[in-house]
Design a protein around this ligand. Structure first.
Ligand code: NDP
Length: 334
């Protein structure tokens, strides 16, 4: 499968190039950037055959199969639509867009064109998250009463750009991290929230966008969900707690790009450390994506999953901005 990188991003350089190249038969043949010079420098540094600032040049390559879009968020819509129109498969970064209607349009267009469209919600591919989901589904901790998600970290210095000062590019901790928490909650519980209350604040880094948020969601089964995201917490550590009528699952350090962290089950007064697969999350994202292209199956994080995580994050934002509980409107998303 021949891939093009759309965007000379940090995540492409740090993770996705290696993940794509680790698959037999996969190659990266193009990199496109809004800057021709940046595309050239990136292709030279990463050993990619062709570079350009012209997306059409990439998409008219008949040997190209798929694009990985990791530009800033406001560019995802136009780039995805162009790729879909050209018949290319799309792996798009979260959040899928800066506008929910645009995200829905992207996903519907991919369905109509018959191309695979996936959202890079990589945490679904983590061994730790899969182990937690299996424990919940096995009934071992009983009926789930509450889920607490902590994704409060310190934004690394090299990422302190558009995330902190550019709402049009999708900046702010809600667009950046709440979408991940939303997808993790949906993945673990197999349910969608109905109403949300929230608060957000600028607590040190944000310039015109929020850098911390807390929200509480109600879901149909009665489980309560608490979600905390921040760019300003150097020592909080990330984690997930799932509390059931018969036991709890406590996971630490599992909101990560690498296969890190611990998962512990406490049930019937005994504590057990759970072992889980330590495979690369992003290699697994690409493996899943390639399988879906070959088989026509739905990716582990589909386009609709990306739409729903955006809708939940948007509802958190509205709840925080208004101080009023908000109903989550999934706009018919399946
Ligand atoms: P970066 O800030 O590193 O890059 C984003 C875009 O900015 C690049 O694609 C590039 O676009 C442009 N750019 C790069 N360097 C410069 C520069 N020197 N001056 C101006 N523009 C520049 O973004 P991230 O890698 O942090 O994030 C990219 C996307 O990936 C986002 O959508 C983000 O939400 C998502 N993400 C997802 C993660 C996950 O695990 N799923 C983790 C991290 C990010 P261009 O070359 O087209 O100009």
């Amino acid at each position: 499968m021949n891939w093009a990188l759309i965007g000379t991003s940090t995540i492409a350089g740090q993770y996705m190039i290696g993940a794509i190249r680790s698959h037999a038969g996969a190659d990266i043949t193009w990199v496109q950037s809004s800057s021709a010079a940046r595309a050239k420098a990136f292709s030279d540094a990463q050993g990619i055959a062709s570079s350009t600032s012209d997306l059409t040049e990439v998409l008219t390559d008949p040997d190209l199969d798929a694009v990985y879009i990791s530009s800033t968020n406001e560019k995802h819509f136009a780039q995805s639509m162009a790729a879909i129109e050209a018949g290319k498969h799309v792996l798009c970064e979260k959040p899928l867009a800066t506008d929910i209607d645009q995200a829905i349009t992207m996903v519907r267009a991919a369905e109509t064109a018959g191309v695979t469209f996936a959202t890079n919600h990589h945490l679904r591919c983590a061994g730790s998250h899969r182990a937690m989901r299996e424990i919940i589904q096995s009934g071992r901790i009983g009926r789930v009463l509450s889920l607490r998600l902590f994704h409060a970290v310190e934004l690394p210095t090299h990422l302190r750009g558009w995330r902190l000062d550019d709402p049009k590019a999708g900046g702010g901790v809600i667009a950046d991290l709440t979408v991940h928490n939303a997808d993790v909650a949906r993945f673990l519980l197999d349910e969608d929230p109905q109403t949300i209350v929230a608060q957000s604040c600028v607590s040190g880094l944000g310039q015109g966008v929020e850098d911390s948020a807390m929200s509480v969601w109600s879901i149909p089964s009665g489980t309560m969900v608490f979600s905390h995201e921040s760019f300003t917490h150097p020592h909080a550590g990330s984690g997930i707690e799932v509390h059931g009528t018969k036991g709890s699952v406590i996971a630490k350090g599992v909101f990560a790009q690498d296969p890190t962290g611990t998962v512990t089950v406490i049930a019937q007064d005994a504590q057990e450390t759970i072992s889980f697969s330590l495979h690369s999350l992003y290699v697994e994202v690409i493996r899943d994506f390639c399988n879906c292209v070959a088989s026509g199956k739905t990716p582990s994080a589909s386009g609709w999953d990306g739409v729903k995580s955006m809708i939940i994050a948007d509802t958190v934002k509205r709840a925080a901005d208004t101080g009023v509980a908000q109903t989550v409107d999934f706009r018919g998303a399946p």
